[in-house]
Design a protein around this ligand. Sequence first.
Ligand code: ZN
Length: 88
Amino acid sequence: MGEGKPAREVAPESDRALSPGGLVESGDRCEGCGKPLTGRQKTGCSARCRAVAARRRRRGKVLAALDELERGLEKVRRLLGDPDTNSS
Ligand SMILES: [Zn+2]
């Protein structure tokens, strides 16, 4: 008796996944506590949160500046041929 070949199932066409692509909010959120802001509020829902946000921003700027500085230093190090990284 001939056995029927097991027909391979045709892979279903890959559906186009409708990904929302990440719902990007307007970014209006309290930088202090994370609550969504309303109307005029831009950085914080309260004076306290605004102060926190300001402090955080300043810190972020400083950190960014430090990061840039570090990159520059690394460049200089490479140019000078830092013995620490020069392995042979
Ligand atoms: Zn807040």
